[in-house]
Ligand binder design. Structure first.
Ligand SMILES: [Fe+2]
Length: 278
């Protein structure tokens, strides 16, 4: 598959790169690149065993967050968290090595030696619609996502997004409705009306020029993408600063790994100011 770039024109240029070349993940640090989606031409055979075991619920990883860990600490944690006796020993090792390769990818992008790892197996819910991921103030803004199975991750082509203000209007509305739904459910009341309202909002996709146009990053892809500095969240920042995406809202459990960097390598500190200077 040839590298493809979708670029929003004008002052707010933003690009999503589709590639079959893993080494291009590093292009995510370029100013106008919102995300790089590396889709391997073929997935290794062990993915099937992982997907099957996750979807049947036989293989589970409890929600794990390591906020600031080095390579060895992540390796030790995965050794403990990826249970033995469910996956074959060979597949278990392949999965662990695959997750550690993501750590190598991010180290290659930033030269960092400490990482924030989040991983879990969970079934999708309706709580989270289209959103952007955030990082703490002045932290590196590029992170990696790999979802090993399931329907893939929807995302908005930056050319199709009307404006970040419009997007945050949708997000604020949706978050309010989800909070209200939670309160209704906690109080033991029916949330049917709110379910319908949230569903309508998601279908309307008022922040898109062509609301029916949906892009999918398939399961197995590795996505390097911009997270917005938390101080810019809700601001009318350039589209290139955040990848607007949405996980599936139904289906079986998925194995999800998300990796960011909590701080800068010394040689990369200049990026900290570059990332929030717009
Ligand atoms: Fe996300």
């Amino acid at each position: 598959m040839a590298t493809q770039r979708t670029t929003a024109g004008g002052a707010d240029a933003a690009t999503v790169i589709d590639t079959a070349d893993r080494s291009e993940l590093k292009l995510v640090i370029e100013e106008n690149v919102q995300a790089v989606i590396f889709t391997p031409p073929a997935l290794p055979g062990w993915f099937d065993e992982v997907a099957h075991s996750v979807e049947t619920g036989d293989f589970q990883i409890a929600r794990t967050v390591l906020p600031n860990a080095n390579y060895q600490e992540i390796e030790r944690t995965l050794e403990l968290r990826i249970s033995t006796g469910v996956l074959s020993a060979e597949v278990r090792e392949c999965l662990k090595q695959d997750m550690m390769a993501l750590v190598d990818d991010l180290r290659g992008i930033y030269g960092v030696s400490r990482f924030m790892l989040r991983c879990f197996t969970e079934a999708p819910t309706h709580d989270c619609g289209y959103h952007v991921d955030t990082v703490p103030p002045a932290a590196p803004t590029c992170g990696l996502l790999r979802v090993y199975n399931g329907q893939g991750t929807e995302y908005a082509d930056p050319r199709n997004v009307t404006s970040m203000l419009e997007f945050y209007r949708y997000l604020a509305h949706r978050e309010r409705l989800v909070r209200e739904r939670r309160e209704m459910q906690r109080a033991g009341h029916s949330s049917a009306a709110l379910d319908l309202e949230i569903d309508a909002l998601d279908k309307e996709r008022a922040f898109l020029t062509r609301p029916r146009e949906v892009n999918i990053a398939p399961a197995g892809a590795i996505i390097a993408f911009k997270h917005v500095d938390i101080r810019q969240h809700w601001a009318n920042h350039p589209k290139s600063q955040a990848w607007i995406h949405c996980s599936p809202m139904s289906g079986k459990a998925r194995l999800v790994v998300n990796l960011t960097a909590p701080g800068w390598a010394r040689s990369d500190r200049r990026q900290a100011t570059r990332g929030i200077s717009h």
